[in-house]
Design a protein around this ligand. Structure first.
Ligand code: PLP
Length: 386
């Protein structure tokens, strides 16, 4: 039989390097090798009990059938209330679309917005999935570099300079994966102004809004909701990565188009997870506070430890990642990640796919003990002690 001919679209798709490292780490573990994973992009905490109970109750009540494509009205109302309460934003439930994770919300948005050759401006280093999703939808990602020395802050002027006739949207992600950068109010306001001047959309990925330390989260939509699509979800804030609930809030014509795409692809997000997310959004904020304090302790430990080893690492204001400069290892980031995994037994993600050459990303969504052991192992590899 002739080999199966795959589409050009899919042949251009790059597999996620984060998932590749995680798979190799899991393989080593299966072989009985003790690997510390600093690669994963998910909180290590369990989903809070009251959220699980809401899922059990939903199942008992038979809420196990198809729901409206855009999510049950009760969840969209809870999201509208959350956006009002926490972000000062006013949305009607028909301006909200619930998806299978923030990932699908973003995917729907790019599919709804982009024609071939349309450009999306993306600050770099960026989350690996952005350029892939944009390209998959036929668009072209246009990177705006940001640097470690400036704390990976975005220069709005650099964004303005990249706007051209093909630009459709500006994507921002604060707090950011992988850099942990949190943009101040002024930067976000300027980005929305630039978008308004040129008739562009701002897509703001606010997935990590609650994992923030000494900075304040500002929602882009507070500077002009008609110009902004807000993406958020339950995964990071409530340790619900496996439940797969994300959402988008924005201008109704765009939300309707995203719903149409979803209606012909995955239909509705999981019904039980939707009811659990209502409990998450309407319940106590104690979990979020606890997680934030734990993440802060871990961030301080890992930043101090890596710097003491000579791996220069800026202190991020949000998310649960650090970007370590690996020049002291005298290897490029791919080779450095390989020896860190194969020799030190610490899984990290090379900066290559994040557009962060010379750096690796370490996730500190793991216990303080694991962080201490990882630092010790890296120190042993380098022949230094932290
Ligand atoms: N946005 C960013 C920046 C992320 O890091 C992630 C997950 O890693 C997502 C969106 C997607 O989250 P999910 O699809 O799990 O809701």
């Amino acid at each position: 039989m002739a080999p199966i001919q795959l589409s050009e679209r899919v042949r251009k798709l790059k597999p996620s390097s984060t998932l590749a490292v995680t798979a190799r780490a899991m393989q080593l573990r299966r072989e009985g090798i003790d690997v510390i994973s600093m690669a994963a992009g998910e909180p290590d905490f369990d989903t809070p009990e009251h959220i699980k109970q809401a899922a059990v109750q939903a199942m008992r009540e038979g809420k196990t059938k198809y729901t409206p494509v855009q999510g049950v009205p009760e969840l969209r109302e809870a999201i509208a209330e959350k956006l009002k309460r926490e972000n000062g934003l006013t949305y009607r439930p028909d301006q909200i679309s619930v998806s299978t994770g923030g990932k699908q919300a973003l995917f729907n948005a790019f599919m709804a917005l982009l024609d071939p050759g349309d450009e999306v401006i993306v600050p770099a280093p960026y989350w690996v999935s952005y350029p892939e999703m944009i390209s998959f939808a036929g668009g072209v990602p246009v990177a705006v570099p940001t640097g470690a020395s400036a704390g990976y802050q975005l220069d709005p002027q650099a964004v303005a300079e990249r706007v051209g006739p093909k630009t459709r949207a500006i994507l921002i992600n604060s707090p950011a994966n992988p850099t942990g950068a949190v943009y101040p109010e002024e930067t976000i306001r300027r980005v929305v102004e630039i978008a308004a001047q040129h008739g562009l959309l701002v897509i703001t990925d606010e997935m990590y809004e609650h994992i923030i330390y000494d900075a304040v989260h500002v929602s882009a939509a507070s500077f002009g909701a008609e110009q902004v699509l807000t993406i958020n979800g339950a995964s990071k804030a409530y340790a619900m990565t496996g439940w797969r609930i994300g959402y988008a809030a924005g201008p109704k014509p765009l939300i309707d188009a995203m719903n149409a795409i979803q209606g012909q692809s995955t239909s509705n997000p999981n019904s039980i997870a939707q009811w659990a997310t209502i409990a998450a959004l309407s319940g106590s904020a104690a979990f979020i506070q606890m997680a934030r304090e734990q993440f802060r302790l871990r961030r301080d430990r890992i930043v101090a430890g890596l710097n003491a080893l000579g791996l220069s690492t800026p202190t991020p204001d949000g998310a649960f990642y650090v970007m370590a400069d690996i020049s002291a290892l005298h290897r490029d980031e791919l080779e450095a990640s390989r020896i860190l995994l194969e020799q030190a037994r610490v899984a990290v993600v090379p900066g290559t796919d994040f557009a962060a050459p010379g750096r690796v990303r370490l996730s500190y969504a793991t216990s303080l003990e694991q962080i201490a052991s990882a630092l010790e192992r890296i120190g042993q590899l380098m022949g230094v002690t932290a």
